[in-house]
Ligand binder design. Structure first.
Ligand code: PCA
Length: 338
């Protein structure tokens, strides 16, 4: 931004001296934001709308350009890529960064969030810590929006825990990879941009993802069993390079953060509203939507406890404080709802 202002000043001085300057000197630089998700995904549509609102509200001073589907930076490299300056901002699913930022692993701990109200509570109690964790890595948090609840898709029926054994299970973060190992399936990391093909070509027998992603990737080409386990409600975070953000003038910074708050509210609503409709679409395409057998579910609960124990070993006292704060707040809310 500073360079843009400097070139604007040069252009104004030059213009007053009657010197011809290039018009590009008057155009503010684009803030390139990289995302892994397709242009028509609700997360990307929300981000695109945010970019349009920012452009309008700042009178064209802040131009955010959204690069969908891993077109600017490969999906798995977006966070590192922004830190290296290959883009000025990014959108990533928090739990994919669990190894670098243990706090973000909390976002995919199974069965500690039972619906959007819990997810909202978790976000409220963790927001400041997430902001600080990003700031410590040179990023400014804009907003976070959840995917719909994560449920299980399978090619073959799952009636007993042994039915998972040997299946090729798609992973998108360390938690899904670990779950695959614990159910004795074979983890295969596949980014969502490649998922529709992988499913159609029979490379995936099992996956945990949202109704949204199941519809987007036409899970019905192979995975005809869907079990509503609602294992977690993971969020994407959208962030900018903090050094760049800090060079914006105060009014623009305020505008960006205010519009981020409204993009966040809009995104949460889009996520929650879509879930029921998308499960109906899965059923309409021939997927059997069922609840999980009681004993299989208990088996998954125990796997969830293993993941929580492993996370506690990685987490420091700050992360633990956030989790305890969430658990206390959740109990309080569940008790007052009774
Ligand atoms: N869709 C993304 C992340 C979570 C979700 O629901 C995916 O499957 O990669």
């Amino acid at each position: 931004m500073r360079t843009w202002l400097a070139s604007l000043r040069v252009a104004l001085v030059a213009a007053s001296l009657g010197v011809v300057t290039h018009t590009w000197a008057l155009t503010p630089p684009e803030i390139n934001v990289a995302t892994a998700y397709a242009a028509d995904n609700f997360q990307t549509r929300n981000l695109q709308r945010y970019a349009e609102e920012v452009l309008q509200a700042t009178g064209g001073k802040v131009i955010i350009k959204v690069h969908p589907a891993g077109s600017l930076i490969k999906p798995a490299q977006i966070f590192t890529g922004v830190r290296e300056g290959r883009a000025q901002g990014g959108e990533v699913i928090m739990s994919s960064l669990a190894k670098e930022i243990p706090l973000f692993g909390m976002d995919a701990l199974p069965f500690i969030v039972s619906g959007y109200a819990d997810a909202r509570t978790m976000w409220e109690v963790s927001r400041a810590a997430v902001d600080a964790a990003l700031a410590a890595r040179g990023m400014k948090l804009l907003y976070a929006v959840p995917w719909p609840p994560q449920s299980l898709y399978s090619r073959t029926p799952i009636n007993v825990p042994d039915d998972f054994a040997g299946l090729r299970m798609r992973a998108y973060n360390p938690a899904t990879e670990r779950i695959a190992q614990l159910v004795h399936a074979k983890p295969v990391t596949i980014q969502v941009v490649d998922l529709a093909n992988a499913v159609a070509q029979g490379q995936v027998d099992l996956m945990i993802t949202s109704s949204w992603t199941g519809v987007e990737t036409k899970a019905w080409t192979r995975l005809l069993h869907y079990y509503k386990v609602s294992a977690w409600i993971p969020k994407n975070v959208v962030f900018l390079d903090k050094a760049l953000f800090d060079t914006l003038d105060a009014a623009s910074r305020t505008t960006l953060l205010e519009l981020a708050r409204s993009a966040e509210a809009r995104g949460w609503k889009m996520s929650e509203d879509s879930d029921r409709e998308y499960e109906a679409q899965l059923a309409a395409h021939g997927i059997e939507v069922a609840s999980m057998d009681f004993f299989v579910r208990r088996h998954l609960d125990r796997i969830g406890e293993t993941l929580a124990r492993e996370w506690l070993r990685e987490a420091g006292s700050d992360e633990l404080q956030v989790l305890l704060h969430y658990m206390a707040e959740r109990s309080r809310q569940h008790a007052s709802a009774r």
